[in-house]
Design a protein around this ligand. Structure first.
Ligand SMILES: C[S@@+](CC[C@H](N)C(=O)[O-])C[C@H]1O[C@@H](n2cnc3c(N)ncnc32)[C@H](O)[C@@H]1O
Length: 414
């Protein structure tokens, strides 16, 4: 394995890593073995699923070695707890390099701490072999031409760079990864990378830390929780049939036992949740018509009313602009109830108690307590925004329908 300094055509000083493909592939394989999902939507279920997968890996790959006779492994170092610890360490220091290399641990690249949306360095693929359908293969891989043309390196460093092994780097070298400084960094300041656009639960799960005021933070509401709430208002039969229709309309996602809805940092619920709540509150006759239309199949709807409803629902999926019709009083009240039920999962302590505890807690002292408090507070603030969203949306929808009623009445001369 070797590393070289190179200058790219734009004059950016970059540091390239020569990847040992076998090493990368090995770690890639390791990552795949445990199917560690590097997706935005980390949830409680993801943590549980990952734990189960890691346990499965350990049982399949390590346990037979321990059980084999004569075993050369000291079981003290190869228990499941040790396996979890090693796996966490690897996971916190590896990332998806690109489509070609998959997951890997890149020497030096793991030096950088993460900053959401304000990183100083990017990793770029040198060779066209890395190119995927998208121009950007992952958050760290960028188009060099889009980068700023200045660099914080001074002349002395540049000349050192040009003296080095530039000639050994070719455009088609599939083993090269380039690190580009994308903005000036003051001398002595920390240089940050980004591990991606991740909410606090994802950061905590994968890397063991959180960020205050993380604009990509989200809260998940499990489908299970929605089902429980629904069953408290309606019969089980009602809940089951409405959820089934929602699924048949194609709005469910993920596996049946790990479905959830996201609430964005601004408190906006995922449209799929609004559609489900809307379907739950449909009057029986409208529900029956819709159900029949869906059963009859595809697009040959019998009544124009049903067609309109389905069309509305489908166009809602494409455009956020038309979310308003979904925000009926019942749906908004349901959102308020769901926010309360979700909040009750944090236990008896109020958000104010959490804020007070965070003020007293030091970042360096008890990291676990610190980061769990940041996560709780951030999520609870999002739930508060969800409540504001529900109250505000209802007021807006209500006042606009009141205006429409007034207009109609005026036209009729009432
Ligand atoms: C790839 S390493 C980064 C370099 C690391 N600080 C080191 O000591 O080599 C990833 C780990 O660094 C820590 N880390 C990275 N960014 C952080 C941040 N913004 N705040 C707190 N810890 C961070 C976390 O422990 C994470 O698991």
């Amino acid at each position: 394995m070797r590393e070289v300094w190179v200058r790219n055509p734009l004059g950016l000083v970059t540091f390239s890593f020569c990847l040992n493909k076998n090493l990368c592939l090995w770690f890639g394989l390791l990552m795949k073995l445990t199917t560690f999902c590097v997706v935005l939507n980390f949830t409680r279920q993801t943590v549980q699923e990952d734990k189960a997968l890691i346990y499965e890996d350990w049982s399949e790959n390590i346990l037979p070695l321990l059980d084999s006779e004569p075993s050369k492994l000291n079981s003290i170092f190869f228990g499941v707890e040790q396996y979890f610890a090693a796996k966490s360490l690897i996971s916190s220091r590896s990332f998806e390099i690109d489509d070609y290399h998959g997951f890997g641990m890149v020497p030096l690249a793991d030096l950088f701490n993460h900053k959401t949306g304000a990183e100083d360095v990017h990793f770029t693929a040198l060779s066209s072999n890395y190119e995927s359908d998208d121009d950007e293969v992952d958050e760290g891989i960028v188009d060099e031409e889009a980068l700023p043309q200045n660099t914080s390196m001074d002349k002395t460093e540049e000349s050192v760079v040009s003296d080095m092994e530039c000639s050994s780097v070719t455009e088609d070298d599939t083993s090269m990864l380039e690190m580009v400084l994308i903005k000036d960094v003051s001398s002595g300041a920390e240089v940050f990378n980004t591990y991606g656009i991740l909410g606090n639960a994802a950061l905590l799960h994968r890397y063991g830390f959180t960020e205050q005021d993380n604009a990509y933070d989200i809260v998940n509401i499990d489908l299970e929780l929605v089902i429980q709430w629904c069953s408290s208002l309606f019969s089980d039969r009602h809940s089951r049939s409405r959820i089934s229709l929602w699924r048949r309309l194609g709005y469910s996602s993920g596996s049946e036992n790990s479905e959830y809805f996201e609430i964005s940092f601004d408190g906006e619920p995922q449209i799929e949740l609004l559609i489900l709540l809307f379907i739950i509150f449909l009057p029986d006759d409208v529900y029956n018509k819709l159900d029949l239309s869906v059963a009859i199949a595809g697009n040959c709807h019998e009544s124009s009313e049903t067609t309109l409803l389905i069309d509305n629902i489908f166009s809602l999926k494409e455009s956020k602009m038309s979310m308003k019709p979904l925000l009926t009083k019942e749906v908004c009240d349901a959102l308020l109830s769901l926010a309360d039920i979700r909040e009750s999962l944090y236990g008896l302590k109020s958000i104010e108690d959490d804020i007070e505890a965070l003020e007293k807690c030091s970042f360096v002292g008890d990291k676990k307590v610190y980061h769990s408090l940041v996560l709780r507070i951030s999520e609870r603030k999002i739930l508060q925004k969800l409540r504001n969203y529900a109250s505000k949306s209802y007021k807006i929808t209500n006042s606009s329908s009141a205006r429409k009623k007034l207009k109609r009445a005026t036209k009729r001369g009432i």
